[in-house]
Design a protein around this ligand. Structure first.
Ligand code: PLP
Length: 431
């Protein structure tokens, strides 16, 4: 066993946080001071956490404090931090080929990932083709372009509360916070918004008063709202959207960048909504921390011509190696089952905290996709900070919530410790 294995196992074994300084500690404060001088002030830092290394669901900061990570690096490290099989796959790939542009040549590992996506795409048995990117926002951009190209229509429908990224096309669909758009207008023309989970507004207002559905290329929707507060749709809403799309020849594009890759206990969240989409965007957890996104479309929709879209780095060999290892680990280590089992412990525990602490107004979620609503932003922010002070990393979402999205390897002993600390944080925020 190498030193790296010993270090990994030692750190990953922690069931609870271990703080050896006040947080942030002296080294963290020094790093933050430098960071504040030289990095873009647009970066929306949540609290003063300065990570140094991670293993499984545990992260150590630069002062040696050990935290339980209920963020998974913002829903990214699906197989946990530095899963040995993912690290090994990346290391092996790094010694073979760091880069060759898959846009211009035939990169085998790129096609291997697309083949894997074809096998698991939620298209009801129909074949899939994929375009790989470096990020979620690029996957959404690719979906916008393909939807317009394939339909010959230009309008797009997004939803209030949703987040799809920050490049100009995706930010035009994003409608979770005005500050993501402030100063950048005009947005992409021909984007209209309706209400997530609403059964009337889209037809009664948007299609009736603003745009003919015959001119709409796609409805672009997060299956479950992430940044907007970890919100689930009402029963039947996706079937309603699917029917509207079928009636008017509109494509249903589901953004699974945050809720996909097993977080909800199935590989894709849309599997739980009982409909088959036309295009899926994936990112974050797909490569356990290496930059990768995917725009996955039904084969018959990938009609664009040679040169219509491409990318120098999208689907880099390193990211593809990490993605293949991620799929294997999820499958072979039973991480979907683990997400459902440990998620149930967390959900039940959170409901029990809510029964003792009325400031926790609502607990919602599936598996390791959990949102806690506190009724106002200040209370949610206090809980987030009190949790951090106790070594528990959670993150705000929406107007009044925090999200709980640990790695899919999160263990039951860690879940029980997290619940104890969360209750302390809620009590402290209440005081
Ligand atoms: N779509 C969703 C649902 C997201 O949650 C995010 C990021 O949080 C994105 C797209 C954009 O992904 P990225 O930050 O990798 O560009």
């Amino acid at each position: 066993m190498s030193l790296a294995d010993v270090e990994y196992e030692g750190l990953a074994a922690h069931a609870r946080p271990k703080l050896i300084t006040e947080v942030p500690g002296p080294e963290a404060l020094a790093r933050i001071e430098l960071d504040r001088r030289v990095t873009s002030p647009s970066l929306p830092r949540a609290y003063p956490f300065v990570p140094r290394r991670g293993a499984g669901s545990v992260v150590e900061d630069v002062d040696g404090n050990v935290f339980l990570d209920l963020n998974a690096g913002i829903a990214v490290t699906s197989t946990g931090h530095c899963h040995p099989r993912v690290v090994e796959a990346v290391q092996a790939q790094a010694t073979r080929l760091l880069h060759y542009s898959a846009s211009d040549f035939y990169l085998p590992i790129y096609a291997d990932v697309c083949e894997r996506l074809d096998r698991v795409a939620p298209f009801g048995g129909r074949r899939a083709r994929s375009f790989l990117t470096n990020s979620g926002t690029e996957a959404v951009e690719a979906a916008i372009k393909l939807a317009r190209y394939a339909t010959g229509r230009q309008y797009l429908i997004g939803f209030i509360g949703s987040f799809h990224g920050r490049s100009m096309g995706s930010v035009s669909l994003t409608a979770s916070k005005a500050r993501y758009r402030a100063g950048f207008g005009p947005m992409l023309p021909s984007v209209h918004h309706s209400y997530y989970g609403d059964f009337e507004h889209l037809e009664a207002v948007v299609f009736r008063r603003l745009v003919s559905p015959r001119e709409v290329a796609a409805i672009v929707v997060e299956t479950w709202l992430g940044e907007g507060g970890y919100v689930l749709p009402p029963e039947g809403w996706f079937r309603y959207l699917r029917e509207l799309c079928d009636e008017h020849g509109i494509l249903l594009v589901v953004d699974e960048v945050q809720c996909g890759m097993g977080r909800g206990g199935t590989l894709w969240a849309i599997e739980q909504e009982g409909v088959v989409p036309d295009i899926v965007t994936a990112g974050k957890g797909i490569a356990s921390g290496l930059p990768l996104g995917a725009m996955i479309a039904r084969e018959d929709l990938m009609v664009w011509e040679l040169g219509a879209h491409g990318s120098t780095y999208g689907g880099s060999p390193l990211s593809c190696a990490a993605a293949l290892a991620t799929f294997e680990v999820i499958e072979q280590e039973g991480l979907l089952d683990n997400a459902r089992a440990v998620g149930e412990v967390l959900l039940e525990g959170c409901r029990s905290i809510a029964s003792r602490h009325p400031i926790l107004r609502e607990v919602r979620g599936r598996a390791l996709w959990i949102g806690l609503s506190f009724g106002d932003h200040e209370t949610a922010a206090r809980v987030e900070l009190e949790a951090f002070r106790r070594g528990l990393l959670v993150l705000g979402a929406g107007d009044d919530a925090i999200r709980i999205s640990p790695p899919l390897v999160f263990r039951e002993d860690q879940a029980r410790a997290a619940l104890e600390i969360l209750e302390e944080a809620v009590a402290a925020a209440e005081a």
